[in-house]
Design a protein around this ligand. Sequence first.
Ligand SMILES: [Zn+2]
Length: 305
Amino acid sequence: MSFPWPHGSTSAAAFTFDVDAESCVLAHDPASSSRMSLMTHQAYGPRVGVPRLLRLLERQEVRATFFVPGFTADTYPDVVRRIVDGGHEIAHHGYLHEPMQGISAEQEASYIDAGLEALDRLGVTPVGYRAPWWEMNWHTADLLVERGFLYDSSLLDGDVPYRFRGERGSGSLVEIPVDWALDDWEQYAFYPGWTGSGVIESPRKVHEMWLLEAEAHAAENGCFVLTNHPFISGRPSKAAALERLVEDVRAMDGMWVATLREIAEHALVAVDEIRTVRRVTAPQRRLDGRPVAPGALVAALDGVG
Ligand SMILES: [Zn+2]
């Protein structure tokens, strides 16, 4: 079944920006604060990248979604205000871009609440969430539902939005899936002593790659969600390539360019089915060491839809 996009459109695109600034390197290693050059690489995002990207979006008459960690909001409140003044959506992205892998629901709830409080100090009540490093836990959806979130955009199992219920079943969320291939981190990120083998690709190559992705989503009735970081894609050549891509995507037949909030609000009324989260785990081994029948795993996958 094809996805029912609104206004006669046949596919959708969203341009999203994760305004991590210093938060992600401080979460990765608090001692990073002693590395002035590395910290300025991150500060480039709010100081130079965001203003350039806001000019780009204004020229292209596109409204975007900016995921802002609470620490960024506290450190650069004027940058958040400029994003809001530009007519864009502000959404939640943790407090200090915390590592979420394997933490308890209580710990994760404290991070989410700290992020909400920081945005609230600027008068922003987000309806969207993106997990730092796209790292959702099985318990995260219930935490988001309990706090009134409309959507998440961190999972990787779809080409179009869908609705799902958390494990405890406390209401439902809209999910707008992402893809590693549509993140500028994989294309451009280089950090001395961290991603030392990282390759900084040519923006021409990246434009070509993302255009192929957008064209395929347009042909397949899909939802193209691009994730950029202002400290990476706010640099001149990368922003120029991004602007060419925005022009190309806007010109595609039947393409609806929208914020994630608009897409989620549409999905909430256009999608009836609500999926149930099912954990997929490795098959248990029997006492004799042989794996259980593969059918056990297939049965679990059936529920994912
Ligand atoms: Zn991030």
